[in-house]
Ligand binder design. Structure first.
Ligand code: KG4
Ligand code: ZN
Length: 356
């Protein structure tokens, strides 16, 4: 047996979409899983840059990542009070995501690796989200059920251990975050739509509009959200366009959109706990910031004697911390190493393929 490393400083780099995220973590071996201390983190959101287009423009995203990365790296080193040479591993999102945006992060990672002679650890973006709720004092124990809800993905997974993921169900069309974003656009709200809908829904009441919950009564664990935007569009058209709707009507419709999405997510997540006989649900991805989703999941789980784990709200959407953390867990806990140390961006990459 070789000498086993018990602590390391990991730099995390995230550029897969519209957030430039960097973080420095000190990750140390511990039981039952490794622990991490966040030494510094810095994030630049491109939300303003893309707002006018109602969605992310890939070319603009890549160029902006390029502008932000080095200043953010310097800020991280300053805030953490460490020198570049003290970094032990360089973790970077390799995919899935926008190829051009991913390449910017990968370039920095490989350039730094050459400069300070340290290994690059490529990270699967969804594994970053998936493991972010484990960054707490009392983490869940393996195995558990995970609900991964982001702008591009909606999946239920059975997590046996780090790196061993079985897909239980997923969306057959739009992702939950996408459903929030598209509905928001139909209601004349800004991008990203999730927080906007959640905010407006606070002043609205459910029960005034009828929206579908497709697949809800099917026994499987799949989701479907494409019908929702059609139904929202129909309601908006009936009212003569969103500009003709009163603030109250818009708020009521926003509340109904949120209720429909949350209802589907909660129903299938609780069903997944039943079919797997698990008592732990781990929720992650941008949509896991949604307060109504958290409220209903926590209550439903409680009624079944189960517990729900979430990342801190600040770590729900894309960030560098989760990337450094996923790499640290792999390096210290199970010696899993990276998956594909190449300089290649993997824009489409199923999470289950890590289990092979
Ligand atoms: O994980 P994420 O930052 O990026 C992806 O990997 O996709 O997720 C972004 C998604 C967007 O669709 C956004 O509308 C949604 O997360 N989101 C929310 C909330 N905050 C972000 N959806 C509902 N409620 C929120 N509070
Ligand atoms: Zn994400």
């Amino acid at each position: 047996m070789g000498h086993r490393i018990t602590a390391m400083i990991v730099l995390g780099i995230e550029t897969s979409c519209d957030e430039t995220g960097l973080a420095l973590l000190r990750v140390s071996s511990a039981q039952p899983i490794a622990r991490a201390e966040i030494l510094s983190q810095a994030l630049h959101s491109q939300v303003e840059l893309h707002r006018a287009y109602g969605g992310v423009v890939p070319e603009l995203a890549s160029r902006d990542h390029l502008l932000r990365l080095l200043p953010l790296l310097e800020k991280n080193l300053d805030d953490a009070g460490i020198r570049l040479e003290e970094i032990d591993r360089i973790a970077v999102t390799q995919g899935p995501g926008l190829s051009g945006a991913l390449l910017v992060g990968l370039s920095l990672a490989h350039g730094l690796a050459a400069a300070i002679d340290r290994p690059v650890m490529p990270v699967h973006h969804l594994e970053g989200h998936l493991l972010s709720p484990l960054l707490v004092d009392q983490p869940p124990s393996f195995p558990f059920v995970a609900l991964l809800v982001s702008g591009g993905h909606t999946q239920l997974l059975f997590v046996e251990r780090i790196g061993k993921y079985t897909l239980l169900g997923e969306t057959i069309d739009d992702a939950a975050g996408e459903a929030f974003d598209k509905s928001a656009q139909l209601l004349g709200l800004g991008y990203p739509g999730g927080p906007e809908i959640a905010q407006l829904a606070k002043r609205g009441q459910t029960g005034h509009y009828a929206l579908p919950r497709p697949l809800r009564h099917r026994p499987d664990l799949d989701f479907s959200f494409a019908g929702l935007k059609t139904a929202v569009l129909t309601q908006v058209k009936k009212a003569g366009g969103f500009s003709q709707m009163s603030t109250q009507d818009l708020a009521d419709l926003a509340a109904e959109v949120q209720a429909a999405i949350v209802d589907s997510l909660v129903t299938k997540s609780l069903r997944a706990l039943e079919t797997t006989k698990s008592r732990q649900l781990v929720v992650s991805g941008g949509v896991s910031a949604n307060i109504e989703l958290r409220r209903q999941l926590t209550q439903g789980a409680l009624e079944r004697g189960a517990e729900v784990f979430y990342p801190p709200v600040s770590l729900c959407t894309d960030n560098g911390v989760m990337i450094a953390w996923a790499a640290g867990l792999r390096a210290l806990d199970q010696d899993l190493g990276g998956h594909a140390g190449s300089f290649r961006a993997i824009s489409r990459w199923p999470l289950e393929s890590l289990s092979a």
